[in-house]
Design a protein around this ligand. Structure first.
Ligand SMILES: NC(=O)c1ccc[n+]([C@@H]2O[C@H](COP(=O)([O-])OP(=O)(O)OC[C@H]3O[C@@H](n4cnc5c(N)ncnc54)[C@H](O)[C@@H]3O)[C@@H](O)[C@H]2O)c1
Length: 366
């Protein structure tokens, strides 16, 4: 994908956003050491991946989740592996304000330096089966209220997390206001990481509430990053494509059969790049399936053998508004890459995915 230059007179300079990311450059995960990080929805999927990666690199991680059994087991397991007491589980329902207040208070109490460096608003649910907003029974005397649970978890929950982050992050002892003028990475930080989706950027016509909530998270990100230089709290965002976690139910897995699905490790990589480098302000990364790709003379992306001269192996992309000029549904380069992966995998790949999708019902992700 073409990376626009950092225009010194453009909007990104006005809102003091840091320059475009070069994801081919390495990042240093060990820089999360000593940071205190709050992760909502940390018991499963991406959240569990973040908790494990950051705890293994010496961060103090406090995860909040409604799933007590999974969250507690994960914390115990990581503590056993690392032999350290730097992972904690706190029961939290993100839709309940007081429950989130309790999570943040606990995080501060458990933090060795008495503050919070990063808040990751990750908890989310899949589209509810009845989330279509059209009333089913047009002959009813009075319409029934729609089920808006997806909005409660995926947006109200995020809004609560962000509000609490704006309360606690400035109180982090030793943390300075972030600034693009700082060329040093700061150990004490003030950082919010939002988890959007490709559904933040493209419509999900069968899941309007889910799509709306992820667009809302993008709106929050774009609005808040514009005032980063005022409050000194940096904000970044990860927008994953479909990634193999328990959130993907059987119909979605069947629908996606034969195509490429992203991996949790790539989402963890994108998030760790943001968390470990306090110089990144106001940037977003899309995460898709990893593939070796090369652009031909017409600009079409083709899947090629690993190591082909001029090819790039990538799962991470920076999204830009002008990516959407030519089509409505997907970032054009990602759509091309996904099509190419699908063509390369053929019917054999499709059949394998259908078997895996059905097997997932019985055996989970392994
Ligand atoms: N997996 C994907 O394909 C994908 C793609 C794009 C975005 N996302 C987003 O990534 C985030 C993480 O999803 P995941 O794929 O890891 O799913 P997951 O189901 O594995 O994990 C979500 C976690 O959130 C928790 N949770 C749900 N409701 C909660 C509540 N009210 N309070 C606290 N915790 C709650 C669940 O218990 C679970 O542990 C979500 O916001 C999701 O919308 C996922």
């Amino acid at each position: 994908m073409e990376t626009p230059s950092h225009d010194p007179n453009g909007l990104s300079a006005a809102i003091r956003q840091s320059p475009p990311l070069d994801v081919s450059l390495p990042y240093d995960a060990s820089r999360v050491k000593g940071k205190t990080i709050v992760v909502t929805g940390g018991a499963s999927g991406f959240g569990a991946g973040f908790v494990r990666e950051w705890a293994n690199n010496g961060a103090n991680v406090i995860m909040g989740d409604i799933n007590v059994e999974k969250g507690d087991a994960l914390a115990r397991q990581i503590r056993k592996e690392t032999g350290k007491d730097n992972v904690h589980f706190v029961h939290c329902d993100v839709t309940d304000w007081q429950s989130q207040v309790n999570l943040f208070k606990e995080a501060v109490r458990l933090s060795p330096h008495g503050g919070i460096d990063t808040v990751v608003a990750n908890a989310g649910i899949a589209p509810e089966p009845d989330e279509l907003l059209h009333p089913k029974d047009l002959s009813a005397a009075e319409p029934k209220a729609p089920n808006v649970k997806t909005i409660d978890v995926n947006f109200v929950g995020v809004a609560y997390s962000v509000h609490l982050a704006y309360y606690w992050l400035p109180r982090n002892p030793g943390a300075k206001a972030c600034s693009i003028d700082s060329d040093q990475r700061q150990p004490r930080d003030r950082h919010i990481l939002l988890i959007g989706s490709l559904a933040s950027l493209a419509p999900l016509s069968l899941s309007p509430q889910y799509g709306a909530t992820k667009h809302a998270v993008l709106g929050l990100f774009r609005s808040l990053r514009a005032t980063t230089h005022v409050h000194g709290i940096r904000i970044n965002m990860v927008c994953p494509y479909f990634i193999d976690t328990p959130i993907l139910k059987l119909p979605v897995r069947i629908f996606l059969a034969g195509g490429g699905m992203g991996k949790v490790e790539d989402v963890v990589e994108a998030a760790t790049r943001f968390v470990s480098d306090s110089r990144i302000l106001g940037r977003a990364l899309v995460v898709g399936p990893k593939a070796s790709l090369k652009q031909d003379d017409q600009g079409e992306w083709k899947v090629v053998d690993y190591g082909t001269p001029g090819s790039e192996v990538k799962a991470l992309w920076e999204p830009y508004a002008d990516d959407w000029h030519e089509q409505d549904a997907f970032n054009r380069n990602i759509a091309k890459a996904l099509n190419a992966v699908q063509a390369a995998r053929g019917w054999g790949g499709w059949a394998l995915d259908v078997v895996r999708a059905v097997g997932y019902l019985f055996w989970g992700s392994k």
